[in-house]
Write a protein of this length. Sequence first.
Length: 120
Amino acid sequence: MSHVTVSGAPDAPAESATETNRRIVRRAFDAWRDGTGTITDLFAPDMVWRIEGRSLASEEYGDEQQFVDEVLAPFAARFPVSAPFRPVTIRSVQADGDTVVVDSIAFDELWTRVRPRTRS
């Protein structure tokens, strides 16, 4: 198992890869929520993104482009430019090795009720 030394005092305990991954994803979601970053900053071209549950978007997306095209772009099209698509609530971020799970708010009502804005 690889370890990363936590910045700070020289005697700081090593951080596990699992905790490093959880922290990286949490920071990315916080930055997205706060408008200081985009979630795509976190993506690798060959990533796999899975939305669990009963959401209309619940499925596995095999790479970055598929996820952007089928989830992020349609969601973003439902928001006015003045209020861009980003999470409001991040309930928790859990990790186990390379797998990180983010529990956030479902968007089914928005997906079905609000039509995408037309681009001029």
